[in-house]
Design a protein around this ligand. Structure first.
Ligand SMILES: Cc1ncc(C[n+]2csc(CCOP(=O)(O)OP(=O)(O)O)c2C)c(N)n1
Ligand SMILES: [Mg+2]
Length: 732
């Protein structure tokens, strides 16, 4: 049986053969020196059916055909289209074109495939639906409203993009139930979905594939696929053979600047196929074809791309198929014309009851599946059920606190001289056995990031119970996948790279913060202290940049005890990501007296009190706390009392009450900040908080570092105890 008949497609789609597969329509025409209407070839890859692009759908005649083919779904899709047009018009901003083009695909997905239950939006075994093309937010809001999510009222739709509404310009996680992730930065949703699909597999390995058996569906646009991040996501998903990941590509050939062909000639089907995906092309307005393609996608053994050839702004008389439909209100006459084309006689925001009933009916399938799921869950032992509930709620295990306490005690007794990246490995070796939901990994720097501990096993196609992910050299993809895992729930992701390559992961790290996700970034080689690799690898502005980002805890622990404490905070903070900036070079243990209290949780604390009358406060983080301790000795030897304040986490210190901050940073003394990085971010502690400009200085860096052994670099850049003591003396 041919592919077309398999997915229920007939006229006017033809197999094309004998055409140079490297040439799409435009290239072909240009090749011959003139522009003709040579059809674009969608699938010129051996084994992939060649389809001729639908060229006429979308005009009046074909809208009639769509109606005739399936009046019920046609009307359901029109409801999505008019809600998008009307909401964007009311807001006088937004993106109507994408929802109008993808309404038919979304209708078929929700009507016949997606497993969801609006009465229980967080039901763990629901399918995940990710609108990666987040600018088409009205498609998601329309779907949530029409399928009966209680918090997505018609008023919310009418208040699209208004302050305080659930219907933000782009879908915001936690603003409304059914929004699985924040999207808008293109490509992120697609990459989140990879992590969701991995988490599903991991959870299925732990709890059985009856209790955990769901798919992840993505609607991605041309923009999502053009972003570099998509390459990382696609190749990771292909390598991991995430067969329950299904991407529906809104192949409308249009982006903001005009035709996609202005800037891209990629054969996406070949790209995905080359990365290990199964791929199919379908007419995105042919509901029977979409339905068949989804049935096929669910059955195959690889991640699946369904390229849905659509018309952006379907039905808009002059704006359809143009970038004018992308991101602006269509205007009254276009809206009226589209309504006429659809045969839609209802006013703005008015959805006829029959259509509403059909939409509400789509939720029945999920309700039945959820009832069945409860039976499966009930078949697990009580202990297993409790464990499932615990990990889904993101609660740390009872044993975690004890494990950290024991480790700290051990470190204070042994007083090892180790790099904090090594201390992090030691902490993980204590944590991972008592916290089975952790999923670790590294972007090809496992041996440098020290992220792998014994017994984790490797997460792989035949070993979904493995807890270590070889992410490959995909920092951004790793970060976005970790976001997806955290969003999915049930797992606690952490992943490593060099702190300098925060830049590569930044887009997704920002979204960890925006969404408030428990994701732990293990960022090693955190300063010039990494030595010989030189300026390209030596972060100087990264800690400042991370601190400038709201809602991230940035830890720069001074020794192995602080490292263990930072891990405890990171894993028990369920609504904020954490960055652990860790050294390559060895550091002494400074916390030699054990206390059960997690001092790092205060953000800053007195590491060593002044012996003589306090004249100086030395504030430092990470590797520079040891330098501050040496400087203290130099000053004390001269009779000047110096307090050393370790500041492993600015954010947590800033969150302490005034009384505590005053205790740590009292008025009067000279203040020196020490950090092998740029000064930005330090002035609050140096000059604010009862400090004064005349009595404050900073020892750090304002250039990119250099290539040499670490010790030489510290001397070269003047980050030494002597330099610190000198600056303090100069201010007294
Ligand atoms: C990372 C990122 N870069 C740029 C944008 C701005 N932007 C929003 S939509 C869009 C075009 C996307 O084109 P496509 O996905 O084809 O959407 P369509 O026009 O088909 O709806 C751009 C550039 C963005 N949202 N995210
Ligand atoms: Mg597009």
């Amino acid at each position: 049986m041919g592919y077309l008949s398999q997915i229920g497609m007939q006229e006017p789609y033809l197999y094309l053969t004998g055409v140079d597969p490297r040439l799409d329509g435009q290239h072909f025409a240009r090749h011959r020196g003139r522009r003709t209407s040579v059809p674009r070839i969608l699938a010129p890859h051996p084994g992939i059916p060649l389809l001729r692009s639908p060229t006429v759908l979308g005009n009046r005649l074909n809208i009639e055909k769509m109606k005739a083919a399936d009046p019920r779904r046609f009307a359901m899709a029109n409801a999505l289209r008019v809600l998008a047009m009307d909401a964007v018009e009311a807001a006088q901003s937004g993106h109507p074109g994408m929802p109008m083009g993808m309404a038919d695909v979304a209708t078929v997905l929700f009507d016949n495939h997606l497993k969801f239950d609006p009465t229980s939006p967080d039901w763990p075994d629901r399918d995940r639906f990710v609108l990666s093309a987040g600018h088409g937010s009205m498609l998601l809001y329309g779907l949530l409203h029409l399928t009966g999510y209680a918090d997505m009222t018609l008023d919310e739709i009418k208040n699209f993009r208004k302050l305080g509404s659930r219907t933000a310009g782009h879908p915001e996680y936690r603003h409304a139930s059914g929004i699985e992730t924040t999207t808008g930065p293109l490509g992120q949703g697609l990459a989140n979905a990879v992590g969701m699909a991995m988490a599903e597999q991991s959870m299925a390995a732990r709890f059985g594939n009856k209790v955990v058996d769901h798919r992840t569906y993505v609607i991605a646009g041309d923009g999502c696929l053009m972003e570099g991040l998509s390459q990382e996501a696609i190749t990771l998903a292909g390598r991991q053979r995430l067969s329950k990941l299904i991407v529906l590509w809104d192949d409308n050939g249009i982006s903001i600047d005009g035709k996609v062909s202005l800037s891209d000639a990629t054969d996406q089907l070949q790209r995905f196929a080359a990365s290990g995906w199964d791929v199919r092309a379908v007419d995105g307005h042919d509901v029977a074809g979409i339905d068949a393609a989804l049935t096929w996608a669910k059955a195959n053994g690889k991640p699946t791309l369904v390229a849905c050839k659509t018309h952006i702004g379907l039905g808009a008389p002059t704006k359809q198929d143009t970038s004018k439909a992308h991101g602006a209100p269509l205007g009254a006459s276009e809206i009226a014309g589209a309504r006429a084309a659809f045969g839609w006689s209802h006013g703005p925001f008015d959805i006829p009851n029959a259509v509403r009933t059909n939409w509400l009916g789509t939720a029945k399938r999920g309700a039945a599946a959820r009832a069945q799921w409860h039976t499966w869950l009930g078949n697990l032992s009580n202990a297993k059920q409790a464990e499932f509930a615990r990990v889904m709620a993101g609660e740390p295990p009872n044993k975690l606190a004890g494990a950290i306490r024991a480790l700290k005690k051990q470190i204070s007794a042994d007083q090892p001289k180790v790099a904090t990246r090594k201390a992090s490995e030691t902490a993980l070796a204590a944590i991972n056995p008592v916290m089975p939901e952790t999923i670790g990994g590294s972007a090809d720097l496992t041996g440098s990031n020290n992220t792998l501990t014994p017994g984790m096993g490797v997460f792989d196609i035949d070993c979904r119970g493995g807890r270590y992910v070889y992410y490959g050299i995909r920092e951004h993809g790793m970060a976005a996948a970790m976001n997806g895992m955290a969003l999915h729930g049930g797992v606690a992701p952490y992943g490593g790279t060099f702190l300098c390559f925060t830049d590569y992961a930044r887009g997704a790290m920002r979204l960890s913060a925006v969404m408030g996700l428990r994701v732990v970034y293990v960022m090693t080689h955190d300063s010039i202290g990494l030595g010989e690799d030189g300026p390209t690898h030596q972060p100087v502005e990264h800690v400042a940049m991370l601190r400038a980002t709201p809602n991230i805890n940035v830890f720069r622990p001074a020794d192995a005890v602080e490292t263990a404490e930072a891990w405890e905070i990171a894993l028990t903070s369920n609504d904020i990501p954490s960055v652990l900036a860790l050294t390559r070079q060895n550091l002494p243990t400074l916390r030699t007296r054990h206390t059960n209290l997690n001092l790092t949780a205060r953000g800053a604390y007195v590491m060593a009190e002044a012996d003589h009358k306090r004249r100086v406060i030395l504030m430092a983080t990470g590797s520079e706390v040891a330098i501050a301790m040496e400087a203290k000795s130099l000053l004390e030897a001269k009779g000047f009392g110096a307090r050393v304040v370790s500041m492993p986490c600015f954010e947590l210190f800033a969150a302490q009450g005034e009384a505590y901050r005053r205790k740590v940073l009292p008025a009067g003394a000279v203040r020196i900040g020490i950090e092998a990085a740029v000064r930005q971010g330090w002035d609050r502690w140096l000059m604010g908080e009862r400090g004064s400009e005349k009595k404050a200085d900073f020892v750090g860096l304002d250039s990119f570092g250099a290539s040499a052994p670490a010790e030489e670099l510290y001397k070269h850049f003047g980050i030494t105890a002597e330099a610190v003591a000198e600056k303090a003396l100069a201010l007294m």
